[in-house]
Design a protein around this ligand. Sequence first.
Ligand code: F6R
Length: 357
Amino acid sequence: EKGTYPHFMLKEIDEQPFVMRKIIQEYQDEHDDIKLDEDIRKAMKECDRVYIIAAGTSYHAGLIGKEFLEKIAEVPTEVHVASEFSYNFPLLSEKPLFVFISQSGETADLRSVLVETNKLGHPALTITNVPGSTLSRESNYTMHLHAGPEIAVASTKAYTAQMAVLAILAVDTARAKGLTLDFDPMKELGIVSSAMEALCDQKELFDQIARDYLSTTRNCFFIGRGLDYYVGLEGALKLKEISYIQAEGFAGGELKHGTIALIEDGTPVIALATQEHVNSSIRSNVQEVITRGANDCIISLEGLDREGDAFVIPKVHSLLTPLVSVLPLQLISYYAALHRDCDVDKPRNLAKSVTVE
Ligand code: F6R
């Protein structure tokens, strides 16, 4: 039920701080260690490469998951769009582990890959919001997102839950491998939860940004580097699917290789600047688009912010910024759709669960 909310999407955006706390609870044991199926731990430790398979928003969570698995757990990881992978298997490593990320657990494109990998005898872990779902039943292991039912077609809380669960999985694997880490995932996710809450309390600001930048525009670009680039891809998907604004996410460094030709007077460019090691380069990219007339909207991280930024997100661990920086993008998309009289929860041509290939 929506309760007092006008739309499920807004309710689900608002639930994200609670989902984080629920995940912390569910994945923590009484000794404050990570609670995880021993078989999953073993599968993660034994594999020589993880192949993440997903679609849409879940694919975008997978891109962030790769960073977690490689940076935290030192597990080589590839991320693939399921519909492409199913007819174009790459050369596989000797001991692959397949990780299927799916909110619904019913996406046909993923299922067709799973059928193949099962035939080949490779182990599969499904990360899903629906533990009894087809993908969950047909794979060896399941990790539950604990996000609660997601009703709006545009995925929000499942995306942040997917990233949180992937971070926990990465830390657990790192510990199982005996790597030294100064990263307490539960503490960091607690900080993320509070930061999310602070953002949810500032909705008028995002409503205003949507009004100022997106009420009449035909297109919108998202730019970022590293993790911010991946979050930009998700921001663009959210915006296009519910507001029907042509939106694209680009790596900051790729602008000059073509995309910058599209910038004209007034083109909205939403830039994410949450990563210290690329802060000055993304700032120069913003300057480049401003010079061509872009209407810039910079979302930065506390400590990396500069005068004129449209919004500064509270400080969280540098690897976990996507869990927080996506909220402004979800909210901006929501309000843009609202201002343009779109059907927020049920955008045209889309289904919540895509059970056909
Ligand atoms: C976008 C969206 C879709 C889904 C995609 C995968 O907001 O909801 O892109 O993410 O169809 O769905 P699941 O995660 O259920 O496999």
